[in-house]
Ligand binder design. Sequence first.
Ligand SMILES: [Zn+2]
Length: 533
Amino acid sequence: MFDIVLSNGTVYDGSGADGLRADVAVKDGRIAAIGLLADAQAAERVDVSGLAVAPGFVDLHTHSDFTLVVNGAAESQVHQGVTTEVIGQCGFSCAPLRSSGDLPVLASGYGIGVRERRRWRTFAEYLDVLQSTPLGVNVAALVGHSTVHQAVLGDALKPGDPEDVAQMKRLVEESLDGGAAGFSTGLEYWPGIMAAPEHLVPLCEAAAQRGKLYATHVRNRDRYYDLGFAEALAAARLSGARLQISHIQTKFGAPAHAMEHTLEMVHAARRHGTDVAIDVIPHDWNNTTVISILPKWAREGGTEQTLARLRDPSVRERVKANPAPMLLIVAAGQWDRIVLLNASVNAAFVGASFAEIGKARGVDPYDALMDMLIEEGDAASRMLWATQSFTDADVEMAMRDSSCAVISDTAALAPYGDLADELFSLSGYGWAARFLQYYVRDRKVLPLAEAIRRITSLPAERIGLRDRGSLRPGQCADVTVFDPALIESRFSAKAPRAYPTGIAHVLVNGVFSMRDGARTEGNAGQVLRDAGH
Ligand SMILES: [Zn+2]
């Protein structure tokens, strides 16, 4: 007797193989059988004819570290078929901290209502807090280099002496042994930006020794793109770590051949023994913190000192003249392609371009962004923007690479409660749907079966989840049932919190989280502490 049988669907097992007409049976949270099960006994039978039955979507790169603690229901993700997220990316994780009184200011979604509620210091304690939260998705978590760096050195302007690096390594090891699924860096962000390869390789070795992934947001994806990618490949080669190059698309200001050259570098490294794979955001808009446009010298001493510095006109001139800012589209002054995504004091400007904001405030847009950082105060590092720094040509070139997973780079949110006003990316409520609709159905960049592999078995294999990402007997019953002809993202810059259409049912560990297109009460997600190879 099965618990659930999904009958008459077109079953995509996640391997990239074509869909087959079959029934899928679930028992005790696992896939029990796949085949012709019309005569089998089942407590519940759901007719899914005409629909695609896929493994639940695995989002290999998110920033939900804090938002899941605030509201674990992960509405924005569950509504588009996501069943597993990998958090702790780009060097930012919620742990380890120096003391449990510290706020992990590097984590996104910082502090929203959490300050008073939950405490942790070590990575294992953080995972315990997550586990005690009802979760709409399964969660694997990387430990972030910037967080570890800050736990050791605070906001001092220095990369760390050998003894500091040894201490960082101990923290990374303790975190990995405490359940972290891997290690990440964000080398364009404070304070990760200060690290050189000799600081990073020992930390990557800790991941390598445990068969865990090293994921990196590389230093530069524009003018010096080749140096940034080479640094990532060198760290993997020297440490032996399995490498994931995060959101690989090159940015505004890169030469036209940069994406092609980058893929060649990846292929050459792989031919010579480096275990490297990549992922891409299915959009030509990126999203990040506004404060990261400031050069590292401006960040010394923490947020308060940073903002005090920005009151000085000569400092502002130096910031504007920074020869290598994180986003060259900002340096180029293309303010109409830069949109405010998230702010508190300045919430009224969310959704407006910086061209519009500058005009409304009667100042140069660069001064407007610095004024607004000052006005946001404590929340300055929560201010986010989106820029049209990518191109569809690059996105599609990356997607055609068979090692390329497709990711959100967003945070799990909900359009109600403490997270109602939060936004992390333009496509946060619709990235997976947009991938399947825009790049797969409309532009035919990939066949559907292969597209499903990029958001299921491929990311599950990269992070080392042996019993997720595929539809096979014995696997955990994470299942997404959708209509490939109707799946469609509905978000826009003006109305970004719109759920997609076309998702019919979602099961997480054998429990419905979506049923007949609507969210259920189901929050059966688990914290996954044993990811790795
Ligand atoms: Zn990143």
